[in-house]
Design a protein around this ligand. Structure first.
Ligand SMILES: Cc1ncc(COP(=O)(O)O)c(C=O)c1O
Length: 359
C-alpha cells in the first residue's frame, strides 16, 4: 500500500508532466540575466501581483530573509505574530543575517490586526531599536492554516503606510489563500511592499520561491540573494516546474481544502480528539490528542507502521496537511487508520527513534 505522507505539503514529488516541463526547459545563465524561463516566470509573477519586478529564490526562508535584509538596517526591529515562520523556523535569521530584532504580537489564528499593532512602534529615542517592518503570513502555518480576511489586510496595510513602515507578506501558501478567499492576486499585490511565495508547498515543485516588489527593491534583493549564496545559473529547470505549477496546480488547491475539511469532519467524531476547527480554511489541520490515549509522537509512530505519516507538533498536538499526493479517495483510509489506533491503544506500542517532526 502506498504511503500517505501528511506531515507537510513540502513532501510532494514532481508529477510526470512537471518533470517533462523541466526536462524540456530552455535555460541560460540566470546570474547573467540570460535564463529565458526564469525571466518568464519572474515577469509573469510580477504582472500577476501588479508589481514591477520579481526575483526567484531557492527557498521561502531565503526570499523572506532577503526581504528582511532589504527593508531593515542592523539594529532595526520587525513586528510579527508570535507564531510567524520568519521568527520561529528560519534559524534566527533576522538576527543572524541582518542584525534585526523581532517583536512578537498576538492575534487569533496567527493573524495580526491593527489592535495588536497599535502602540507597538518604538519611540524615536536613542535607547530603542527602530521599528521598520511588519511581516504578515497568509495562509498562516502554525497559526492554524487560516486565511486572512481582505479587510484585515487592508487595515494593516493602511496602518503601516500611516506609520511609514514597510510591509512584507510571507505568502509561502498564498495561492491557497487566494483560491479560498474572495481576493485576487492583484488586490493582494497592491497592499504589500514585498511578497514571498513558495512553489514547493501546495504547488508541488521540488524547490523554489519568488520575491515580488518594485524595480528598485528587487534590484537590491538580487544583491542580497547573491550575498546569501542563492544566485543560481541554469535555474530555468526549476522555473519551468513553477510555470507548470501555475498552469496546472493552482485551481486544484480547492481539492486539498475540501479533503482537509472531510478529514477534519471524520476525525472530529473520534473519541479523544479535540481542538479541530469547525471550518478548515485551507490545507492544514491541527488537533489535540487526549493525554490518556498517548502522545502525538506515539500516534505518529503507530500510524507509520500502517503507511500513514503525520506531524507531531510536541506534546499532544498533531498537524495534518493535505496536498497533491493525498488523493481524494485516501481520506477514509486515513480516518479509519486513526480510529483503529485509538481503539487498539497505540501508546502501548514502543516508539522506535524520535518519531517524525514537522512544523
Ligand atoms: C509560512 C511559511 N513561510 C516560510 C516557509 C519557508 O519555506 P522553506 O522551507 O522553503 O524555506 C515555510 C515552510 O514551511 C512556511 O510554512
Amino acid at each position: 500500500m502506498t504511503n500517505l505522507d501528511l506531515r507537510s505539503d513540502t513532501v510532494t514529488r514532481p508529477t510526470d508532466a512537471m518533470r517533462q516541463a523541466m526536462m524540456t526547459a530552455e535555460v541560460g545563465d540566470d546570474m547573467m540575466g540570460e535564463d529565458p524561463t526564469v525571466n518568464l516566470l519572474e515577469q509573469r509573477m510580477a504582472e500577476m501581483f501588479g508589481h514591477e519586478s520579481a526575483v526567484m529564490a531557492c527557498s521561502g526562508t531565503q526570499s523572506n530573509q532577503m526581504a528582511v535584509r532589504i527593508h531593515c538596517q542592523p539594529g532595526d526591529e520587525l513586528l510579527i505574530h508570535s507564531t510567524g515562520h520568519i521568527c520561529n523556523f528560519e534559524g534566527g535569521a533576522p538576527a543572524a543575517l541582518s542584525g534585526v530584532s523581532v517583536r512578537t504580537l498576538g492575534g487569533e489564528g496567527g493573524m495580526l490586526n491593527t489592535d495588536e499593532l497599535n502602540g507597538m512602534i518604538r519611540a524615536n529615542d536613542q535607547h530603542f531599536c527602530r521599528t521598520r517592518l511588519v511581516c504578515v503570513e497568509n495562509t498562516t502555518n502554525i497559526g492554524g492554516g487560516r486565511v486572512y480576511p481582505l479587510q484585515t489586510l487592508q487595515e494593516i496595510a493602511a496602518w503601516t503606510r500611516q506609520h511609514n513602515l514597510h510591509l512584507h507578506l510571507d505568502g509561502a501558501r498564498l495561492f491557497n489563500a487566494i483560491v479560498a478567499a474572495d481576493y485576487s492576486a492583484a488586490t493582494i499585490g497592491s497592499l504589500f511592499d514585498t511578497i514571498s511565495i513558495c512553489f514547493s508547498k501546495g504547488l508541488g515543485c521540488p524547490f523554489g520561491s519568488i520575491l515580488i516588489g518594485n524595480e528598485e527593491t528587487i534590484q537590491r534583493a538580487r544583491r542580497v540573494r547573491k550575498l546569501f549564496g542563492g544566485a543560481l545559473r541554469q535555474s530555468g529547470f526549476i522555473a519551468a516546474a513553477a510555470i507548470h505549477a501555475l498552469d496546472h496546480h493552482v485551481d486544484r488547491l480547492v481539492d486539498d481544502h475540501r479533503n482537509a475539511q472531510r478529514l477534519a469532519d471524520g476525525l472530529r467524531c473520534l473519541p479523544g480528539i479535540s481542538g479541530l476547527a469547525e471550518t478548515i480554511e485551507s490545507n492544514l489541520i491541527f488537533f489535540e490528542l487526549a493525554p490518556q490515549l498517548g502522545t502525538a509522537v506515539q500516534l505518529a509512530a503507530a500510524l507509520r507502521e500502517h503507511g500513514i505519516l503525520i506531524g507531531p507538533m510536541g506534546g499532544q498536538r498533531v498537524r495534518l496537511v493535505t496536498h497533491l499526493d493525498i488523493p481524494n479517495d485516501s481520506i477514509d483510509r486515513i480516518i479509519g487508520a486513526v480510529s483503529d489506533q485509538i481503539s487498539s491503544g497505540f501508546s502501548k506500542q514502543p516508539v522506535l527513534g524520535r518519531g517524525p517532526f514537522s512544523k
